[in-house]
Design a protein around this ligand. Structure first.
Ligand code: RB9
Length: 325
């Protein structure tokens, strides 16, 4: 069947209503991780705050996974951990009848204060699922055999609602051609080759990192440090600020267009300079949406890039495609 879930965009994330054992929570759909975890009634009331919290004792279809646990840490220092069970998980119209659901008994402060999401729904590959003693399938892997097509699409918008759809590619959602590249899932990500970039329309070879991942769970565009340095060399007044945690510049600065190659096909996905500012950090200073990846081998193509395009994640032939919209 085909399903669509319309996430509510909030700042840097796109939330979609998910039903778990008949309880609805707003989860952040995240192609950069593979854990489905939720705020739960096991957390302290101060941690729960405004969040919806899943209560397994109120689900008639809940099944414990005795002795299992999970623990996840993200590159921004945030994280969560807890216990595991199985329940019926429904997104739009697709149902996973026995989906591993990770109950948070601990969440870091950044998730407590991020009142928009009640947890994450990982859409990466289950080889990076953190459940011990045995990693479990993602929601997409669970429903894949039942879908008309083994795909899901992400149509992220800045302020309008974005949409994830499972089982079909809505060709009315994009214009021109879909630029498709093979994915190497061996690291558990939707990872592909990316060896070139462009600044202000001029293309350069990327001498550093040679791959990138499509990551709806990361707000920023984290490129090879040399590429970030080359980009900000063309932004008057920019500087790498330790206090801000990255490159900042006067909000009045002229920011050039920035593009990154998707796959070895040669297609360069471009972000208009006017869409690159991520946040104002005060005193007329702006924080850039393009930042260095801190020397890690892979580049992380997050929402700053993905919201410019319509994205197709194909779990059948393991490929990633984007098109203008
Ligand atoms: O984890 C994800 C996607 N889920 C994010 C969930 C999430 C984390 N805070 C959230 C807050 C709200 C909603 C969702 C999330 N992507 C990947 S792949 C490799 C790295 C990585 C590993 C080591 C070092 C650097 C990156 C990350 C990473 O840590 N991104 C987050 C981030 C965010 C900001 C800056 C850097 C990295």
């Amino acid at each position: 069947g085909e399903v669509s879930a319309t996430p509510e965009p909030n700042e840097s994330e796109y939330l979609s209503p998910v039903s778990i054992g008949g309880q609805t929570l707003n989860l952040d759909f995240d192609t950069g991780s593979a854990d489905l975890w939720v705020f739960s009634t096991s957390l302290s009331s101060s941690s729960i705050g405004q969040h919806a919290a899943f209560d397994p004792s109120k689900s008639s279809t809940w099944e414990d996974y005795p002795g299992a646990s999970w623990q996840i840490m993200y590159g921004d220092g945030s994280g969560a951990s807890g216990t595991v069970g199985f329940d019926v998980v429904e997104v739009g119209g697709a149902t996973a009848s026995r989906q591993a659901v990770e109950i948070a008994t601990k969440v870091s402060s950044s998730f407590v204060s991020d009142v928009n999401n009640d947890g994450l729904l990982g859409l990466g590959f289950s080889k990076i699922n953190t459940i011990e003693p045995q990693p479990q399938k993602t929601f997409f892997e669970s429903v894949l055999p039942k879908l008309d097509q083994p795909v899901f699409t992400a149509d992220l918008e800045d302020d309008a609602a974005g949409t994830y759809e499972f089982g079909r590619v809505d060709t009315t959602k994009y214009t021109g051609m879909l630029h498709v590249t093979p994915v190497d899932s061996s690291n558990g990500f939707w990872e592909f080759a990316s060896t070139a970039y462009s600044i202000g329309g001029t293309t350069y070879q990327n001498s550093g990192a040679s791959t990138a991942i499509a990551d709806t769970g990361t707000s920023l565009l984290l490129v090879d440090d040399n590429v970030a340095q080359a980009f900000y060399a063309q932004v008057q007044g920019s500087q790498l600020s330790r206090t801000a945690g990255g490159y900042v510049y006067p909000c009045s600065a002229q920011v050039p267009d920035f593009g990154v190659q998707i796959g070895s096909s040669g297609f360069i996905a471009t972000i208009p300079g006017s869409d690159i500012t991520f946040a104002e950090v005060g005193q007329g200073t702006c924080f850039g949406g393009v930042q260095g990846n801190g020397g890690g081998g892979i580049q992380i193509f997050g929402d700053v890039l993905l919201k410019q395009y319509f994205a197709v994640f194909n779990g059948g032939n393991e490929s990633f495609g984007i098109a203008a919209k």
